[in-house]
Design a protein around this ligand. Structure first.
Ligand SMILES: O=C(O)C1=C[C@@H](OP(=O)(O)O)[C@@H](O)[C@H](O)C1
Ligand SMILES: C=C(OP(=O)(O)O)C(=O)O
Length: 408
């Protein structure tokens, strides 16, 4: 399904309810499989969370998690400790290109039995579940924090817990802290000092506990972009959010100040207001190594506003749903952008015009479709394979329609 967006205008004062964070949901689903006393509210309805839930409930030999990176990484750890069970864990053709050796090596050093079914270092994996006897390991922490979260999520089930040493510069740190905070809410004892994370084994029975998932901040980014690209005085309300979030992408509230967007928290909602125009000479300089999933949204907002941006810390973007740096360059250029990229950065020159009726390719990447959609406020734009959004945000197009986007 392709979608054409006619030039649109934001309907002021709309309120949107966004589904639960897929990162929090996929962690809690795994923890619930280990500790069934957990009750989860506002669970994400994203494809990735539905796939995670199904995978945890299935008895099949082959478990296919399609494009879901967190599910691939978290389930590798989970199936490693399912004693006596053998699983082939696989995914989409892109998933077979997303590296997993760092996690597999760490699990093997703890005693896991994992082998590669096709290419060394990549899914699919054959995992023969067993009791892991070791409790100390290390891993390179600069490639994906998901490897670290995967180990932490199973750590309290290991006989002696886990002592994990992180080597190199740690990337996507807020996601590690999110994992540790959720463990903390379950009264699982953890420590994170000087690049060493320790998790104690859970010895006492967990009391029944309800955890409410906050709505997804990465999904909120597309509305930040909409407000940034709208006229001064425009307002949009999003639910359910809190000021002290576990999600690193909540840094949006700070980042979008530079795009003239103010954020106000009230009750469980957040109101975004376009409070001032952005000056032409504004330049956005950001290190996004802690919030890689909002890089596409920010680049497109900056382009839509015609301002310069220098984004660094983007080294993880190459191994996500697509090579997001290459994809951003190719698609922004269709719109007339002057953009240069390296393996870890992106530089966008200020531009005065946006080419109309460009057809944006989405590369099986939900965030390509969602990041480019707000440009419909500036010009007519065409989004290819627009249903990719369901990976994280199945209601995306309905919600964009509700706030005034003219979709065909
Ligand atoms: O742990 C998580 O829930 C995630 C961690 C990040 O990945 P990396 O650590 O690979 O950057 C992020 O990009 C992904 O969307 C979700
Ligand atoms: C990178 C992402 O997801 P994952 O790595 O879980 O596939 C994402 O949602 O942007």
């Amino acid at each position: 399904m392709d979608i054409s967006i006619q030039k649109s205008k934001l309907l002021n004062h709309q309120s949107i309810q966004i589904t639960g964070s897929k990162s929090e949901s996929n962690r809690l689903l795994l923890l619930k499989a280990l500790y069934p006393q957990i009750n989860i509210e506002n669970l994400s309805n994203s494809d990735d969370s539905v796939l995670m839930q199904k995978a945890l409930q299935s008895d099949d030999k082959v478990v296919d998690i399609h494009h879901a990176g967190t599910a691939m990484r978290f389930l590798t750890a989970y199936f490693s400790i399912q004693e006596g069970r053998e699983v082939i864990l696989t995914g989409s053709s892109r998933m077979k290109e997303r590296p997993i050796r760092i996690l597999v090596d760490a699990l093997k050093s703890l005693g896991a039995d994992i082998s590669y079914v096709e290419n060394e270092g990549f899914p699919p994996l054959r995992i023969c579940g067993k009791k892991l006897t070791e409790h100390k390991t290390f891993l390179e922490a600069n490639v994906s924090s998901q490897y670290i979260s995967a180990l932490l999520l199973i750590a309290s089930s290991l006989e002696n817990g886990l002592e994990l040493s992180l080597k190199g510069k740690i990337t996507s740190v807020p996601y590690i802290n999110m994992t540790l905070s959720l463990l903390d809410e379950l009264e699982i004892k953890t420590e994170f000092n000087d690049n060493v994370i320790k998790v104690k084994p859970k010895t006492s029975e967990l009391k029944p506990k309800t955890l409410v998932v906050e709505s997804d901040w990465s999904s909120a980014s597309y509305f930040y972009s909409v407000v940034a690209l709208s006229e001064v005085g425009s307002k949009l309300e999003l639910a359910s959010y809190k000021e002290n979030s576990l999600q690193g992408d909540s840094v949006l509230a700070e980042v979008y100040k530079d795009f003239g967007v103010e954020t106000h928290f009230k009750g469980n909602s957040v109101t975004l207001t376009k409070s001032s125009d952005v000056k032409e000479q504004t330049s956005i300089d950001l290190d996004l190594s802690n919030a890689p999933d909002i890089a596409q949204t920010i680049s497109v907002t900056a382009f839509g506003l015609g301002i310069e941006s220098n984004l660094v810390g983007l080294h993880t973007l190459k191994i996500k749903e697509t090579d997001r740096l290459v994809a951003l360059k190719a698609e922004l250029e269709k719109l007339g952008a002057e953009i240069s990229i390296t393996d870890a950065s992106l530089h966008l020159k200020p531009s005065k015009t946006i080419i109309s009726n460009a057809s944006i390719a989405t590369y099986n990447d939900h965030r390509m479709a969602m990041a480019f959609a707000p440009l419909g406020l500036k010009t007519a734009i065409h989004i290819q394979n627009a249903d990719v959004v369901s990976k994280s945000y199945p209601q995306f197009w309905e919600d964009f329609k509700a706030i005034g986007f003219n979709l065909k």
